[in-house]
Write a protein that binds this ligand. Structure first.
Ligand SMILES: NC(=O)c1ccc[n+]([C@@H]2O[C@H](COP(=O)([O-])OP(=O)(O)OC[C@H]3O[C@@H](n4cnc5c(N)ncnc54)[C@H](OP(=O)(O)O)[C@@H]3O)[C@@H](O)[C@H]2O)c1
Length: 348
């Protein structure tokens, strides 16, 4: 265990793809805590595309200030607690940042939560965390998915997209995934997608016509840009476009909007954006349902772990190059034996 507190601070607003030059490495003392606070020792960092937006400017949260510790979801172990609801040794997750030690204030907006017994840290940050819950709420609450519908998912082989597609299969839909490369497309059909489109080597418009002959009822969009424009041209009547993310534009200073948005009028359709935390009150129920599907083997999930806090910037960049295979994490310190566990059961 590190005796210092190593940190990555934001050094500048990024231009294009994130690089380690956008951050400054800092080594300081392990902080003291006050009443109502908890000292968390980070074990795993969660890499999320939204972090690129937090670096660039205000989104649904204030921008990370220059000189501030890079904001990040993470899981860690409680080292010292001066809060009545938390005790030493508990595995918790929250917005702990790119650092070894975080002074967590459990009552902040993104509440620190205890990882339920029997759940692995990787699953807590993935299928039962931000990405799995986003897939669940986006399809079942925002799109109000109906059995028999045709669903297209972009970014389909990623942490959010792969869970979204599998939920749609569980709900008896026809599911087509769009991903980059033959290997990712093979993965999609292996985990149950009806068809996969390789946007890097295939004609997306032609393949959408072939794979969605009745049109697209629900588009779960993680990518935006030209893939969104292509799917807009294939909407069925009264379709729902779920604006989950737009990763193709996150590195652009002036991202382009959809050109074919008039198809929403033509097809009497709607497009709705959401942030996972809008549905926080439904998280216990969602985790309970997801855990049943994971236990029954109906949802497969995988994570991609890079080792070392020093590698956090390059791990974040993997999301934009498409190198990640599943939920991208950084292991800052290995958990003690017995911490976390398998990911088959959650009793919220
Ligand atoms: N609304 C919310 O509350 C919420 C919460 C979580 C995540 N999200 C959004 O969900 C999306 C996926 O996030 P995630 O954490 O699950 O990441 P992920 O899908 O596991 O990883 C990102 C993937 O995006 C694809 N990608 C990157 N640049 C691309 C480009 N220019 N064109 C097409 N695809 C590109 C890559 O896959 P390929 O190899 O297939 O290109 C990459 O593997 C993001 O848009 C994120 O912002 C939204």
């Amino acid at each position: 265990m590190s005796e210092d507190n190593r940190q990555w601070l934001l050094a500048r607003r990024p231009s294009g793809l994130v690089t380690s030059d956008d951050f400054r490495w800092n080594v300081g003392a392990v902080p003291d805590i006050g009443d109502g606070e908890v000292l968390v020792r980070n074990l795993y960092l969660s890499c999320d595309p939204t972090q690129r937006s937090w670096m660039a400017g205000r989104t649904y949260m204030p921008a990370v200030a220059i000189g501030e510790v890079m904001r990040s979801f993470a899981a860690g172990v409680v080292q010292v607690s001066r809060h009545p609801d938390f005790r030493e040794g508990q595995i918790v997750y929250g917005l702990f940042g790119w650092q070894d030690y975080c002074v967590a204030r459990p009552d902040d907006l993104f509440k620190m939560q205890v990882v339920p017994p029997g759940v692995s840290i990787e699953a807590a940050l993935g299928v039962f965390g931000l990405t799995g819950l986003t897939a669940y709420f986006g399809l079942l609450h925002v799109a109000a998915l109906q059995p028999g519908e045709t669903v297209v998912v972009s970014g389909a082989a990623g942490a959010t997209g792969s869970v979204a597609g599998q939920i749609a299969k569980i709900k008896d839909c026809r599911v087509v995934g769009i991903a980059g490369g033959a290997e990712k497309c093979d993965y999609l059909t292996r985990i149950g997608f009806d068809a996969a489109i390789d946007y890097k080597s295939e004609n997306v418009m032609t393949r959408l016509r072939e794979t969605c002959p009745k049109g697209v009822n629900v588009f779960f969009d993680n990518v935006g840009g030209r893939l969104l424009d292509a799917v807009l041209l294939h909407l069925a009547m009264h379709a729902r476009v779920v604006l989950c993310g737009s990763i193709s534009g996150y590195n652009d200073a002036a991202p382009q909007g959809p050109r074919n948005y008039m198809q929403l009028l033509v097809r009497r359709s709607r497009m709705e954006g959401f942030v996972m935390t809008d549905y926080n009150e439904h998280s216990p129920e969602a985790i309970h349902v997801l855990s049943g599907w994971v236990r029954d083997g109906r949802i497969q999930h995988r994570s991609d772990v890079v080792t070392g806090l020093e590698n956090a910037p390059s791990a974040l960049a993997r999301l934009f190059s498409g190198e990640n295979r599943g939920k991208q994490l950084v292991c800052v310190a290995p958990p003690a034996t017995g911490a976390g566990g398998a990911d088959m059961r959650v009793d919220p």
